[in-house]
Write a protein that binds this ligand. Structure first.
Ligand code: RFL
Ligand code: PHB
Length: 391
């Protein structure tokens, strides 16, 4: 098999890239190791930055998002039983975010690709990227019990944190920056209308909690739990009790309970692989970088990477200049490090470290008060949360 761009992975990065290339008249083949149902149901991100919304619309993948997505103009910070609303449009000159689940973004892009785009092979596992530093890189993969080779002009590794593409970059050219956190998030889906109409980020002495949503009738909630926690250790009642404590306010706000339909634990890490390119192999999304979910940046970064790649390839085809493709890694990494900075800041602002000293607790509260009291600090949060424009 032969194509212009071989794409490994059908998460948001790989699927959107295939769509952008299709719209530009550039051929691609997507290889995805899992089956379609798995990819469409994997619970993950919920927040799309304004820039991501704009990209999906321009790619012709925004119809259902515009019908069913929920525009959010702010978030609430909760600490010390107090509530503080951060008003995005007012602080950023009109920017907002959209609540529309990653599962739905993937469903929309898969349907479009199967209807209009190039081949998208499920249960096709990439085994290795070969000859990345030549003009004809290849992906060796297994599909329907047989090994095959995809010959490409370019390979984009959109295969997530556990993928294989990254392994094709020689270790001596690689630098990895990493931080793991001694806690994770226990996330639940519940059939109950969200108890607040915007997301609530709560800092509590017992740990962080987040109230989010998937629709007007489905809540998504998270609790900070110790690293290595098994979701099954928590009964539904214990989860609701703990959420109730951490969201507690001085006023009469009340957390509605409902049947829990799913629960799982996500570890938290920050990770950056530099460079994001080797020869004709490009890494995009979680394959190159991970952020803790506190800043809601992972999916949005993946979108930024593939937009940068698609624009650079179109530029090369239109002008003959490889300049933008050559700058891919540096262009993406500038945005990636801003997202790493923000995700780290939000994580350390809101989570309780297991070994936190009373001094550190007070500093955390002082940082929160700075955001509620100083417009410049609040504005910095609002600008980072709604996202930096693509270059
Ligand atoms: P994905 O989504 O992991 O997709 C990679 C795909 O590659 C496939 N694959 C392979 N295919 C073929 N051959 C191989 N050898 C392969 N190895 C792997 C996998 O099966 C998979 O389908 O990466 P991508 O596309 O880069 O997308 C990244 C996002 O999924 C991720 O950053 C976000 O989900 C992170 N994230 C959030 N991001 C946000 O922007 N906003 C949020 O609100 C947000 N909340 C979250 C999150 C992630 C979370 N978890 C579970 C880590 C909340 C949570 C709880
Ligand atoms: C989610 O809805 O899953 C979500 C929202 C905001 C975050 C992380 C996850 O910061």
């Amino acid at each position: 098999m032969r194509t212009t761009v071989g794409i490994i992975g059908a998460g948001p990065a790989g699927l959107l890239l295939a769509r952008l290339l299709h719209n530009a008249g550039i051929g691609s083949v997507v290889l995805e190791s899992r089956d379609r149902a798995y990819v469409e149901q994997r619970q993950r991100a919920g927040i799309l930055e304004q820039g991501t919304v704009d990209v999906l619309r321009a790619a012709g993948a925004g119809d259902r998002m515009d019908r069913e997505g929920l525009r959010h103009d702010g978030i609430e910070l909760r600490f010390d039983r107090r509530r503080h609303r951060v008003d995005f449009p007012e602080l950023t000159g009109g920017r907002s975010v959209m609540v529309y689940a990653q599962t739905e973004v993937c469903k929309d892009l898969i349907a479009l690709q199967l209807k209009e785009g190039g081949p998208l092979l499920f249960e096709a596992e990439a085994l290795a990227v070969e000859d990345a530093d030549t003009d004809s890189p290849r992906v060796r993969f297994r599909h329907e019990g047989r090994e095959d080779v995809l010959e490409c002009d370019y390979v984009v590794g959109c295969d997530g944190f556990w993928g294989v593409a990254r392994n094709a970059i020689p270790e001596e050219l690689t630098q990895v920056f990493e931080r793991t956190y001694p806690f994770g998030w226990l996330g639940i889906l519940a059939d109950v209308p969200p108890s607040h109409d915007e997301l609530v980020y709560a800092r509590h002495d017992r740990g962080f909690a987040l109230l989010s949503m998937r629709s007007p009738s489905v809540s998504r909630l998270y609790l900070q739990v110790p690293e290595g926690t098994d979701a099954e250790e928590w009964s539904d009642e214990e989860i609701w009790n703990e959420l109730e404590r951490r969201f507690e306010t001085a006023d009469d706000w009340h957390l509605e309970r409902g049947p829990i339909t799913q629960k799982s634990v996500t570890p938290m890490r920050s990770y950056v692989h530099e460079p994001m390119r080797h020869g004709r192999l490009f890494l995009a999304g979680d394959a190159a970088h991970i952020v803790p979910p506190t800043g809601a940046k992972g999916l949005n970064l993946a979108v930024g990477d593939v937009v940068t790649f698609a624009r650079a390839l179109v530029h090369l085809q239109e002008t003959g200049s490889p300049e933008r493709l050559d700058a891919y890694s540096e262009t993406c990494l500038r945005r990636v490090w801003q997202a790493e900075r923000f995700s780290y800041a939000m994580t350390t602002l809101l989570h309780r470290m297991p070994d936190a000293t009373p001094f550190e607790d007070r500093i955390q509260l002082a940082r929160l008060e700075r955001i509620t009291d100083a417009r410049s600090a609040e504005q910095d949060l609002a600008e980072s949360y709604t996202g930096f424009p693509l270059e």
